[in-house]
Design a protein around this ligand. Structure first.
Ligand SMILES: [Zn+2]
Ligand SMILES: [Zn+2]
Ligand SMILES: [Zn+2]
Length: 214
């Protein structure tokens, strides 16, 4: 009987074995040798067209180790295949033609497993977010204290809204799960996003890839 930690460890292993991300559909990087006699001082074939290189260093170009540039464009040069961007040039992860060799086994296994792993991870996170969701207290002198979900139209923002809500200030939401009383009396105040949601946000919204060579 495996638990969440075991499942996560297995997916972690598969992820670590695959080529490091981020991956992109299509190649945005061109690498060319610096050839002063042909293109001018410290310039490669792409300098005039694409400006500053994103990387400068020694690279094997047509069998000769020489000074080279990597130039990166906003749009892919060609859109077949999947690439991982590196300073010194793209790493091919998946090609959809077999001319340049086949996809590496760890990458293929990672992609294949993702179709199953991704939905599982999504529902794991969604389950947590469904519990740790924003609510706000409403007091009714007949029924007492209860908690309401945010209005789907105005989301509790200050102002007078067509949905019928009005308020001078934004509603301060609390976390449905975290404020759940641990005994009959206690009512805790935990503003939303709570530490659990914040931890999920931090993980999902982290834009900088870790251990990147760039
Ligand atoms: Zn250049
Ligand atoms: Zn509203
Ligand atoms: Zn919470």
């Amino acid at each position: 009987m495996s638990d969440a930690r075991t499942v996560l460890a297995e997916w972690q292993q598969r992820t670590d074995a695959a080529t490091e991300g981020p991956w992109e559909h299509g190649d945005r990087q061109h690498v060319a040798g610096v050839l002063p006699e042909q293109f001018g001082d410290g310039k490669c074939a792409y300098c005039d067209r694409y400006g500053e290189p994103t990387w400068v260093g020694k690279q094997l170009i047509n069998g000769k180790r020489m000074l080279a540039h990597a130039h990166e464009s906003a749009e892919p040069w060609w859109d077949h295949g999947i690439y991982a961007l590196r300073g010194a040039g793209s790493v091919l992860v998946v090609n959809d033609i077999d001319e340049y060799g086949y996809i590496a086994d760890p990458d293929a296994e990672f992609i294949a497993a993702s179709r199953t792993a991704m939905p599982c991870l999504l529902s794991a996170v969604e389950n947590v977010l469904a519990l740790h969701r924003p609510v706000h207290p409403v007091f009714n002198w007949q029924t007492g204290l209860h908690f309401e979900e945010p209005c789907p139209t105005c989301h509790g923002k200050a102002g007078v809204h067509e949905c019928g809500c009005w308020g001078d200030t934004d509603i301060q939401f609390e976390c449905f799960e975290c404020i759940r009383p641990t005994d009959e009396k206690s009512r805790r105040y935990v503003p939303y996003p709570c530490p659990t949601v914040q931890a999920i946000n931090d993980a999902l919204l982290a834009s900088e890839p870790s251990g990147s060579e760039r």
